[in-house]
Each structure stands twice: as structure tokens, then as C-alpha cells.
Design a protein around this ligand. Structure first.
Ligand SMILES: [Fe+2]
Ligand SMILES: [Fe+2]
Length: 388
């Protein structure tokens, strides 16, 4: 008899742009997802990265894209290519550390997915963009485009995999899942995939790659749902997991704000696809908040120094201001960064320190009127339902 999840996938049909997405996107909690259901979704949603026709893509890349559009697309897609390669390589210790068989089996399917995603991006780099002859040479050819923030996040993932090989405790596993499934997949990758798909669809470009990205996006939705469920279960079994996740977020979130910083802060690398950096950062800020809540963690109680009580667009503005301030040694960016004494970046830094101190004292309802200007101007987030 067919599994309920497989039946839902069949009902979605081939005409559905994201079969299965709508069912996982509903406002559901981790308790409403089962490992068996997620596994069945994987079986029902399998696809072939080597079966996608990229011949039209190749023609459009050479004859429709402008020189700058090619450069901007290559910058963005290179991060996805290296990201997929890194997550495929680093998932094995997660399988070993997972306490339940159903969790190990799902993670094994995820590792196959990540390899398939890397193969898709590798094919794009070779067959469409003309970079490299095999995976290794394509990775090497596209490495120079990786941002500082990207390299820091993925160096942390490499170290996390090593730590998990030595320490299979629930707290370490919770940290590892938070980094992989919530930060890298939900906060960083999924918004990027969404904007790539939207922009290519709007202009009806790269049909093969677009088909692949949609499949990748559907897989990632399943991976993120698994991560949310896994974290909820780990916290139930060991409440110390919340503090472990808090420590990880405090360490890694400053790096994530620098991942999508374009070369020379030239925002055309993003606006050329019809969106702004603010759009991407807002989507990411919202996604992380929603996934933490779906896993049973109230972000307002976390001592990360981040203003989770403020709306996602305001958190995104702050996330962008800090790496811009770091770039302010470049005279061309100094005025834009507003990083001088009393400037926006300094006020945000002061605000973060005050928030951390308030959280240390157990003050969860932070008094915004005591904060520097950018904080007191922003209004708190309205109540909303959170989804996996
Ligand atoms: Fe992936
Ligand atoms: Fe994934």
C-alpha cells in the first residue's frame, strides 16, 4: 500500500511547480512530521541530475546573457556549487551520531540528495558556463568567487563534522544540526534558491537549470523539516541542547551576515536578478526565526545578541550594516557604511552588547527605549504562526 506522503506527492502531479512543498510549508510543528513520512517523500520525489537537458541553457548563456549577467550568475551559483559539495562531504558523522535508526536512514537519503545537487551544479559549471572538465577542476575554477563569510561558515561546518566524529553526544549533534539544517539550509540556501528560481522563471531563462533548482529546493525543504524535527526531539531528550544551539548561533551568525556580500559591495550582482540584498537578508532572517520556533525554541530567550524581537526587515538591515562597516576601510564604502563614531554600525554594536547583557540577567522583554536610535525606531514583530 502506498504511503500517505507518496499519495500526496502523486496528487501534486507533474504540473505542480513544487510538488510536496505546499504540504511541508503549511503551518505545522515538528510534532506533525514523522521520520517515516519524510523518508517516503524522498522515495516519491527522486529525480536525475544527469537526466536534465542543458543544451538550451548553454545557448542562452552565450547568446542571451550579457557579460555582467554571466559574471553575477557565476558568483551566485559558485557558492551553491561549493556549498552542495561541502554538505555532501560532511554528513557522514551525522549519520553515525543520530540515536535512532529512522534518523540514520533519512540522513543517508539526504547525503545522496546533496551529492546529486553537487552533480547538478557541476554539470552547469562545465556544460553551460564552461568551467572545468570534472568536479575537482570545476570546484577549483570557481573557488576565487567565494566570499569571506561563505568560507567562514563552511570552515565551521568542516570543524563541526570533526567534532561530531569525536563527540556523539546529543548536545553536539544538536549544534551540528542547527548549523547544517537551520543556518546553512534554511537561513542561507533556501532564500537564495527561491530568488534564483523566481528570476529565471520571470525571464524564462535556463530551463534545464531551473528544473534542477526546483528539484533541489524541494529536497532542501524536506531536509529542513527533518532538521526541525530532529532538534525538537533532541531538546526533549536533553534540554541542555538549547544552550548548545545558542552557543553555536552566537558563534556563526556574524559570519552568515557576510555570506552574500557581493564583490566590491556592488549590489548589481544581486539587483541584476530583480531583487535586493535587503530582500535576501530579510527572507533569511525570517526563515531562521520560523525554523527555531517550529523546533520549539523561542528565539527571544536565546542569548545571541540578535534582536529577534524586531521585525525580519530590521534584523536584515542590521545584518547588512555590520559587514558593510567592516568594509569601511575602503574609502568608497566609508560614507555608505555609516561606520564612524556614533554611526549606525556602532549603534548596532552597542545595542547587541546591551541585549546580550539583558539576556544574561534574564531580561527577555528588552526595553527598546533604552537602546540607541536604530533599535528604538524599529517596531516589534507582530504575532504570527510559524511553520516547518
Ligand atoms: Fe543540497
Ligand atoms: Fe540539503
Amino acid at each position: 500500500m502506498r504511503h500517505p506522503a507518496a499519495r500526496r506527492m502523486r496528487r501534486a502531479g507533474p504540473g505542480c511547480m513544487h510538488p510536496g512543498l505546499h504540504t511541508l510549508d503549511m503551518a505545522i510543528t515538528a510534532d506533525q512530521v514523522s521520520y517515516e513520512d519524510l523518508y517516503a517523500r524522498w522515495e516519491a520525489g527522486n529525480w536525475r541530475a544527469t537526466g536534465i537537458d542543458l543544451s538550451v541553457d548553454r545557448d542562452q548563456w552565450e547568446n542571451t546573457f550579457t557579460e555582467f549577467e554571466r559574471r553575477a550568475a557565476l558568483w551566485t551559483y559558485s557558492m551553491f556549487f561549493h556549498g552542495e559539495d561541502a554538505v555532501a562531504d560532511n554528513l557522514s558523522p551525522y549519520i553515525d551520531a543520530a540515536p535512532r535508526e529512522e534518523q540514520k536512514y533519512f540522513l543517508a537519503t539526504q547525503q545522496a540528495d546533496e551529492a546529486r545537487h553537487a552533480v547538478l551544479f557541476g554539470r552547469f559549471m562545465r556544460e553551460v558556463a564552461g568551467h572545468g572538465q570534472d568536479m575537482d577542476s570545476s570546484l577549483e575554477a570557481t573557488r576565487p568567487g567565494l566570499t569571506w563569510g561563505f568560507r567562514k561558515v563552511f570552515e565551521r561546518l568542516d570543524r563541526m563534522a570533526d567534532e561530531l566524529r569525536r563527540d556523539r553526544s546529543r548536545t553536539k549533534l544538536a549544534q551540528a544540526i542547527a548549523l547544517y539544517h537551520l543556518v546553512i539550509e534554511a537561513e542561507l540556501a533556501q532564500p537564495g534558491q527561491h530568488f534564483i528560481d523566481e528570476s529565471l522563471t520571470r525571464r524564462d531563462l535556463l530551463p534545464g537549470f531551473r528544473e534542477g533548482i526546483r528539484n533541489v529546493s524541494r529536497d532542501e525543504q524536506r531536509h529542513i523539516a527533518f532538521g526541525v524535527k530532529m532538534i525538537a526531539d533532541l531538546i526533549r531528550e536533553d534540554p541542555d541542547c538549547v544552550a548548545a544551539i545558542e552557543e553555536l548561533l552566537r558563534e556563526v551568525l556574524p559570519f552568515t551576515s557576510a555570506v552574500f556580500v557581493p564583490p566590491d559591495w556592488d549590489e548589481r550582482y544581486v539587483t541584476v536578478i530583480g531583487f535586493t540584498l535587503q530582500d535576501i537578508y530579510t527572507h533569511g532572517a525570517d526563515a531562521l526565526d520560523a525554523r527555531l520556533r517550529a523546533a520549539g525554541i523561542d528565539p527571544l530567550t536565546l542569548r545571541t545578541g540578535l534582536p529577534f524581537d524586531l521585525p525580519a526587515p530590521e534584523r536584515a538591515r542590521r545584518g547588512l550594516a555590520l559587514p558593510l562597516a567592516a568594509a569601511a576601510q575602503d574609502p568608497s564604502q566609508r560614507q555608505r557604511a555609516d561606520a564612524g563614531p556614533g554611526g549606525k554600525a556602532v549603534r548596532i554594536a552597542v545595542c547587541s552588547v546591551r541585549r546580550s547583557k539583558a539576556a544574561d540577567l534574564g531580561i527577555t522583554s528588552y526595553k527598546r527605549s533604552s537602546c540607541p536610535a536604530p533599535c528604538s525606531r524599529a517596531r516589534a514583530s507582530p504575532a504570527r504562526r510559524w511553520s516547518v
